[in-house]
Design a protein around this ligand. Structure first.
Ligand code: SF4
Ligand code: SF4
Length: 205
């Protein structure tokens, strides 16, 4: 007769005292280990819409769309595709917002019935348009983030300091110029790089 080894006996006694290693899923919800790398989730309050995560994602699981919503507000929709994500964490590592704009969670339950509608998550960020030509410059939160990051240097750039003052509610929201003539009066406006160059180098009086 073959007797159990001491190690096996110890394991058996531990299992009797502590209970089985396996969980009773699906009868009971499974609790993953705290270090489990589950699907990443956007944090609406921290994300500034900079697109760094989209740039580094090796699985193309992050994308964005710039839209005008029902109330005529320009928005950037950040999209995370849960069906193609490989949970590598590159997005969290690259996130400029203290790695908190998108973070791996320990959410592991990813099954769904309707792939077309249930395989992605989105958040929306407000966009800043050029006040002369209406082109997308960046998300408002991103401009605010840059202005805060560079401190008083932001006051050398009208786009940055106007964005900052508007976010603080000190000056009014933008009005897109009807004239689009890149004139002298357009210099102190929130402008895209092309309009900034044209108002600075080829200003009409
Ligand atoms: S965890 Fe990796 S694959 Fe998933 S969204 Fe982030 S970078 Fe892309
Ligand atoms: S702030 Fe972070 S989560 Fe948001 S777009 Fe930039 S890198 Fe992605």
């Amino acid at each position: 007769m073959k007797y159990p080894k001491i190690r096996e006996l110890v394991e058996a006694i531990k299992a009797v005292i502590k209970g089985p290693y396996t969980s009773k899923f699906p009868q009971e919800p499974h609790k993953p280990h705290p270090n489990f790398r589950g699907q990443p989730k956007f944090n609406d309050n921290k994300c500034v819409g900079c697109l760094a995560c989209e740039e580094v994602c090796p699985a193309s699981a992050i994308a964005h769309r710039d839209i005008i919503d029902d109330k005529e507000n320009p928005k950037r929709v950040m999209i995370h595709y849960t069906d193609t994500c490989i949970f590598c964490g590159e997005c969290e590592a690259a996130c400029i917002s203290n790695h908190e704009g998108i973070k791996l969670s320990n959410d592991w339950e990813l099954s769904f019935f309707d792939r077309k509608n249930d395989s992605y998550e989105t958040i929306e960020k407000e966009l800043q348009l050029c006040e002369v030509c209406g082109e997308v410059i960046a998300c408002k939160d991103h401009l605010k983030w840059i202005a805060t990051k560079i401190g008083e240097l932001a006051y050398s750039n009208p786009t940055l300091y106007l964005s900052r003052l508007r976010s603080l509610g000190i000056i009014d929201e933008n009005i897109i110029s009807a004239l689009k003539d890149q004139g002298r009066s357009d210099r102190v406006k929130i402008l895209c790089a092309r309009c900034r160059r044209e108002t600075t180098l080829t200003t009409k009086e």
